[in-house]
Design a protein around this ligand. Structure first.
Ligand SMILES: Nc1nc2c(c(=O)[nH]1)N=C([C@H](O)[C@@H](O)CO)CN2
Length: 118
């Protein structure tokens, strides 16, 4: 399966379950792998035939920066649904990292895989 990917997209938002976390914005990192048949845009050389990673990134920045969820699980699920519903993607893998949330760990977070049928 071909894929289009976005690596380490950094977005600041309100995220976390503790009182102090509700008062600040924290950086999150998004890694996405999205299933897509890249033979079509490869044949046409037309951006309109692609899964446009810039458009996906802009949409996630818009959504995540305005969100205020407690759990990274909730935010990851909503982002996955946006990409599946709005960009004609049939399958994706999304890693959401919260850097510095746990002392001693570079990052913590979740990895989810979703398809249209899920
Ligand atoms: N599985 C999860 N565990 C934890 C989360 C979370 O969103 N999912 N969140 C926190 C706190 O907000 C933490 O990030 C603050 O350091 C703890 N565990």
């Amino acid at each position: 399966m071909d894929k289009v990917f976005i690596e380490a997209l950094e977005i600041e938002t309100v995220i976390g379950i503790y009182d102090w976390e509700r008062r600040i914005r924290q950086p999150l990192l998004f890694d996405l792998e999205m299933g897509f048949d890249n033979r079509v845009p490869a044949a046409s050389d037309d951006i309109a035939d692609t899964l446009n990673y810039k458009a996906v990134s802009k949409r996630l920045i818009e959504y995540v920066s305005q969100s205020e969820f407690g759990l990274v699980e909730t935010l990851a699920e909503r982002c996955a649904q946006i990409v599946l519903d709005e960009f004609g993607v049939d399958w994706l893998r999304l890693k959401l990292s919260k850097p510095g949330a746990v002392r001693g760990a570079r990052a913590v977070g979740v990895i989810i895989e979703r398809g249209r049928a899920d």
